[in-house]
Ligand binder design. Sequence first.
Ligand code: ZN
Length: 340
Amino acid sequence: VRRGPATNGVVVEEGAQAQQTARWRPPGRLRLDPSAGAVLAFSLGPEQLRVSVANLDMRVLAERSGALDPDAPAAVSLDRAAALAEQALAAAGVDIGAVIGAAAAIPGVIGRDGTVVACSALRGWTGVAAGDELARRIGVPVDVENDANLAALAELRRGAAVGAADVVYVKASTGIGAALVLGGRLHRGAAGAAGELGHVQVRAGGAVCRCGSRGCLETVAAVPALLDALEPLHGPNLGVDELLALVAAGDPGTRRVVKDAARALGRALADVCTHLNPALVVVGGELAGAGEPYLRWVRLAVEHWAQPSAVEAVEVVPGALGPHAETLGALALAARAVQV
Ligand SMILES: [Zn+2]
């Protein structure tokens, strides 16, 4: 293994050991030495804080998580996140001095400088310089990016969207967010607000959304709306895991509610497909955990409502990386393995 001051021991030459005895050898491919440092990923909200420590190959070494109160001041949650990072580093046996980068996923509109421009999921976070605030607490620079954008980057790098250039990724969970990859590049928009699919208007005069508008897609198709709709059948304590189990068990009321939500999402995605003509729609987030029935209902709505040539070009597939795709994207961003 070749190490030199120019690389700080972080870069190794692939296949170098096998070639060490040769007098002359062609230059090998350079890659990051996975043991030479660590990266940190924060996943903040809407209801959970999660901190992951990984090596430079993005193999997770330790994770710590805790509840996040979306109504608490941002400073309280940021302190908690920094404490979890300390615990995760200790559990991984990694010194903070070995951390070469950190990134955080937040469900909101994020400015170029890591400031939260708008975040309806976490009240009290709007205007908070989340990157600077976390960096000050842990002593390492922290990049901040929208959660759906990071999940999309992870799916592009090693998931369901490898090799695709025109991709719409949608995260359907407590909120609904999308990431738009156009011509191989993440499209963030003029203010970082591209892909706010959850706030597309689907019901004139509908319920007031936490964003301040009315009748947004989130008010009919995100997890809280489904749990509210099922309260008369399954009571006030139903959680998303139980909801997914009821879908799998064929519970008629739950399937009906989830089907209606999938249709509403698919209808909104159909318009996105007509506008952007993607080759792939990747569906992730907690509701994607309902599996093929949910995906099928989304797909049927896309096929029904999108322009026919857009329908012909597009495939609607589940995410391959599960609910923690955003964490994998944040780790890749922290290791500078992806660009945003
Ligand atoms: Zn809204």
